[in-house]
Design a protein around this ligand. Structure first.
Ligand SMILES: C[S@@+](CC[C@H](N)C(=O)[O-])C[C@H]1O[C@@H](n2cnc3c(N)ncnc32)[C@H](O)[C@@H]1O
Length: 457
């Protein structure tokens, strides 16, 4: 290993960029690795008996989202760690809003961030119960209007026209543009956002995006679905979800939602949440070099115009290969070893991995700041292999949270019974792929890494 010997870290070891020299692990790393060796699968956390009906209850089925976790995990964590009816729950990476929706359903306060425009929109809609009869009337009127639409000028974001033409045939594009124009005319923001989420959800089926793929792949044989029929069916499903959610959310939460819900489109490393105010964090972070969230939701991003510059947009996502490289020193010794090992195989990938764990170290510091003493952070995370190197995310998280001040409270190992996460990677690219093209296993099990902010006495 060729190091530019210019800096020393806190234990006096030399480093260059974010890599230190390899040396024997300290006590924290050693005890984490030992603990993981001993940890057995806990069947109570697999929820193998839960079908779509349970995992997609309330508003959870409003919109597909890659790598969403199931609400049963969140609810069980609430059961185990929340004793106060006024609890404040946080998720720094809320994605499709599983944690946020579950917290609001219980009458807790919920806060969090996500950097993805569509994640923010869907989480806002999914956690906002709307009076069901009123909403049904609005949706029915909207459906009549789009069925009859004739002289409507389609609203097609011109700055993304090239990408839209890439994914949609001409008649579908025009129909979607007219629907979007009519949605924008809706004066009630909650109803408008509800319709936008329905619109966003159907984009994949109405495009030539390969239906079974999460990655942006064109299927030239695909016959895109008709926007009107697809939207009508989906909105009806969303109406049912809203109704059952509405009935579940406590009345006082419904009537003053603004006091309970504090979510933002923003960066997990810098949340606008008060110090020492959160009781429980339940989250699942992005993964390094696996999903490019900015690309996965490209159809929604271009139609709903979340960014003018897709390339620049990608750089904001933690775990993205487009992210600017962070050059600080990694505190995690386990991560550092992995970066060194990968550096011998593929330098760029090793930099991406180092950068990811550095970003996560900053997220953990932010989590520690926002939690009350006695509060816990729970991260759902899986391990994987890239280019023959074991990327033991869970062990690294368990080590890193301790350097941010947490005490490692508990590790839960769970089997993933459903196909929520793809189980396989393409060996050449390292990216997730369909199981039929599998060349290497990815996440058969995952962990919940739980840290506690100890009471300061
Ligand atoms: C695994 S997903 C979370 C899924 C979520 N638990 C659910 O059930 O839907 C990770 C999320 O991290 C978000 N993300 C990536 N970089 C971020 C950043 N810098 N700040 C906040 N969120 C970010 C992605 O947009 C993605 O939604």
């Amino acid at each position: 290993m060729n190091f530019r010997r210019s800096h020393k870290d806190h234990r006096g070891r030399w480093y260059s960029g974010f890599m230190r020299e390899k040396s024997e692990f300290g006590d924290v790393a050693k005890s984490v690795l030992k603990l993981f060796e001993k940890t057995q699968i806990d069947d109570r956390w697999s929820f193998a008996e839960c079908g779509r009906k349970e995992t997609g209850k309330w508003t959870h089925g409003h919109h597909r989202y890659t790598a969403k976790f199931n609400p049963q995990i969140v609810e069980k964590l609430f059961d185990e760690y929340i004793t106060d009816g006024n609890a404040h729950i946080n998720d720094p990476f809320f994605g499709s809003g599983t944690t946020i929706v579950s917290a609001i359903a219980r009458g807790y306060r919920a806060s969090g961030t996500d950097i993805n425009g569509i994640a923010y929109l869907m989480t806002k809609v999914k956690s906002t119960p709307i009076e069901p009869l009123y909403l049904k009337e609005k949706v029915d009127r909207f459906l009549i209007r789009i069925k009859e639409m004739k002289d409507i000028v389609p609203e097609i974001p011109h700055q993304h026209l090239e990408r839209i033409n890439y994914w949609f045939d001409e008649p579908t594009k025009l129909e979607l543009g007219k629907i979007l124009r009519i949605i924008r005319e809706e004066s009630d923001t909650s109803v408008r956002d509800f319709l936008l989420v329905g619109f966003s959800h159907i984009l994949k089926s109405c495009s030539i995006w390969l239906q079974r793929s999460t990655k942006p792949t064109r299927d030239k044989q695909k016959v895109p679905r008709n926007p009107y029929n697809t939207l009508r069916l989906h909105l009806n499903k969303m109406l049912r979800g809203n109704e059952s959610f509405y009935k579940t959310v406590p009345t006082d939460v419904r009537s003053s939602l603004g006091e309970y819900l504090n979510i933002a489109l923003g960066d997990a490393r810098n949340q606008s949440v008060e110090d020492n105010s959160v009781d429980l964090i339940v989250s699942s972070s992005p993964y390094v070099t696996s999903y490019e969230y900015a690309d996965l939701h490209q159809l929604s991003t271009i139609w709903l115009d979340f960014t003018e510059d897709l390339k620049q947009y990608r750089t904001r996502f933690i775990g993205s290969s487009s992210r600017p490289k962070n050059r600080l020193v990694l505190r995690s010794e386990i991560a550092n070893d992995i970066v060194i090992e990968m550096n011998d195989k593929r330098k760029k990938l090793s930099e991406e991995i180092g950068s990811f764990f550095l970003d996560m170290e900053q997220v953990f510091v932010e989590c520690y700041r926002s939690l009350k003493s006695g509060g816990r952070c729970c991260f759902v995370i899986g391990n994987t292999t890239l280019k023959g190197v074991n990327i033991i995310n869970a062990q690294i998280f368990a080590e890193s949270i301790q350097y941010s001040g947490f005490t490692l409270d508990r590790i839960i190992k769970r089997e993933i019974p459903s196909k929520i996460l793809p189980q396989t990677r393409d060996k050449k690219t390292g990216r997730f792929t369909a199981s039929c093209k599998a060349t290497s296993a990815a996440y058969p099990v995952e962990y919940i890494v739980i840290g506690e902010k100890m009471e300061i006495t």
